[in-house]
Design a protein around this ligand. Structure first.
Ligand SMILES: Cc1cc2nc3c(=O)[nH]c(=O)nc-3n(C[C@H](O)[C@H](O)[C@H](O)COP(=O)(O)O)c2cc1C
Length: 272
């Protein structure tokens, strides 16, 4: 990296519990069979509601899945069986429906077909998605701070149309991510992160030279290799980060169909 890079030092001590919660965060994929008290769930939901929201539009929602049959169907769609039994399971949504309904209630003359209606534009969709992600992350951090474990679930979008059906999502609502929460029944070690200068730049994008890439590859790749070597899990790839990326970036097994059609079917117009 050039001289204008971020320093790499890690904190010698944890300045406070918030920093500790963030730096010790890891995904938890096994939960004790213990329900989460309603007061705790309510507190977590409140923290999500206090996340920042673009333009104060509050353009996200979340569905707490409490119906075991629905949770099982979502787990099946996500190919992640354990989430059917997660003590708490949320699906976060990009949601312009509520504001559209509020507008219509205010003035029944307005039409969502009006050229000036902006809640279905690509920008509105992306900002609603940002809102949902920030709310989810606030909930995840709050849960972690209480000693609970979480896993974020992009896999709930394996078949977005099915999820839309399962959750009865109306037009202008689209699923973003799932979040499973519970008391951890496992204690995985922290997954390595890249050297900070490789990921955080000053002032402009700093594409590393071949020599710098080689350095990142040798250090980070080896720590990822060691991480997976030490994980006692049958499915753990015995590979470096570069090898994992090379596999995944060209993987026909990714299995995701293009998402634009299902987003458009929910009423968003990416030409606008
Ligand atoms: C947007 C997003 C989607 C994710 N989807 C899944 C998922 O579907 N299933 C899963 O097991 N983990 C999922 N994860 C968790 C990542 O695999 C995990 O964060 C990553 O491997 C780093 O590990 P760590 O969280 O333990 O640090 C997701 C994370 C993010 C941010």
């Amino acid at each position: 990296m050039n001289t204008d890079t971020i320093e790499t030092s890690e904190p010698a001590t944890m300045p406070n519990e918030t920093i500790r919660t963030l730096l010790e965060r890891r995904s938890i994929r096994g939960f004790a069979d213990e329900p989460i008290p309603e007061e705790t769930a309510a507190l977590l939901e409140l923290t999500a509601q206090h996340a920042a929201t673009s333009r104060y539009f509050n353009e996200w929602s979340a569905i707490r899945v409490t119906d075991p049959a629905l949770a099982a169907a979502i787990a099946e769609e996500a190919h992640q069986g354990y989430i059917a039994h997660a003590p708490l399971l949320y699906i976060f949504l990009a949601d312009q429906r509520r504001n559209a309904d509020l507008i219509t209630a205010e003035d029944p003359q307005v039409s969502e077909e009006d050229e000036r209606f902006i809640l279905k534009t690509s920008y509105a969709f992306l900002q609603a998605q940002n809102d949902a992600v920030l709310a989810l992350h606030a909930m995840e951090t709050a849960a972690n701070s209480l000693g609970l474990g979480c896993v974020i679930l992009g896999s709930v979008l394996n078949d977005p149309d099915r999820l839309v059906d399962l959750l009865h999502l109306p037009k202008l609502v689209y699923p973003v991510l799932g979040l499973a929460i519970g008391k951890p029944s496992q204690d995985p070690s922290l997954k390595p992160r890249m050297p900070r200068p490789a990921q955080i730049f000053k002032n402009s994008y700093q594409r590393p030279s071949e020599a710098e890439i080689a350095q990142v590859v040798s250090d980070f790749d080896q720590s990822v290799f060691r991480y997976y070597r030490d994980v006692r899990h049958m499915d753990a790839p015995r590979k470096t980060f570069s090898q994992i990326m090379a596999d995944k970036a060209f993987s026909p097994a990714d299995g995701h169909s293009p998402m634009l059609p299902s987003i458009q079917a929910q009423g968003f117009d990416f030409d606008k």
